[in-house]
Design a protein around this ligand. Sequence first.
Ligand SMILES: *Cc1c(COP(=O)(O)O)cnc(C)c1O
Length: 354
Amino acid sequence: MNNFLSAEARSLAPYTPGEQPRDQQYVKLNTNESPFPPSRRVLKALSRAELLKLNLYSDPACTQLNAAIAAHYGLRPENVVSGNGSDEILAFAFRAFCGTGRPVAYADVTYSFYQAQAALFGLEARVIPLREDFTLNADDYMDFPGTIVIASPNAPTGIAVPREDVQRLLEADPNRVVIVDEAYVDFGGESCVPMLFRYDNLLVVQTMSKSRQLAGGRVGFALGGEALIGALNRVKYSFNPYNVNRLSLIAGTAAMEDEAYFQSCCGTIRENRAWLTEELEGLGFTVLPSSANFVFAKSGRLGGGELYRRLKENGILVRWFDKDRIRDFIRITVGSMEQLAALTDELAQMLEEV
Ligand SMILES: *Cc1c(COP(=O)(O)O)cnc(C)c1O
């Protein structure tokens, strides 16, 4: 073990990002990015005049971006905080709402960054198993005396949690914060945003990485009542006040304002998801019901690791988690029809040979 590490750094559990190859050789279906380019309005807004302002700090209050987000959801700017990706927002939330006497609870099969953050902040974490079919049983969280984090739709399963379940958890203990990570909600599932007006212990976290073509722009945000948003700002201003850079503020604002492009991209992904699901089922795969821009699928004939390796050898990247309960599955991002056809052709050939 490295002698330079602090005791705290020794107990970290760093997240392993999906592969990001530097060349364009792969059909890239492994990290749930959008296959479409950013909105034309984004490209236009990123002008040379804006580049020439990079000598100046960005707006720490993210005024225009937060206003655009608030307008989209019918909220007030005071209900929004923006971050350098929603991973940063989640970190703010973990720091703000968890700690001494306030443990955190999340599912056994969910976004593995929660575990990384819990370790980063030295939190006591309760890991609660999903049901056999990978749905979440809200009753298991009812009496939990701490902060609850739920991804809905969940990653990597794609399964959405009914809004009523979140509501029950919010009502069971108004002093407990429930964080709903809606990174994929624009592709299906019911958003908890409308419940923000009734519950001041609800924090909804979203991102522009999956449904707004800005994964590389790193723009995420949280929506909540003023107490929760104030708490997040307290952490933000203790960590990185200029957390969203100038270009990302501009890109995020323009992406939020282009409703037509957003709707059309999400619609295409939903259509492609239906096509991919049917094709995979035709090839003998079991596909979990997905409300996201990916599907989680297993073949009765080849294990997840084997599928992942063989696809990679043939130029197609998908995600595989070498983890109990989900080792047989691969997670496939719903890309363009061209990408998906390349995948299903390859799978058909591969399965013919076994
Ligand atoms: C992708 C993802 C995020 C984080 O996305 P950012 O790029 O950091 O905004 C958060 N939660 C879940 C469940 C995700 O899959």
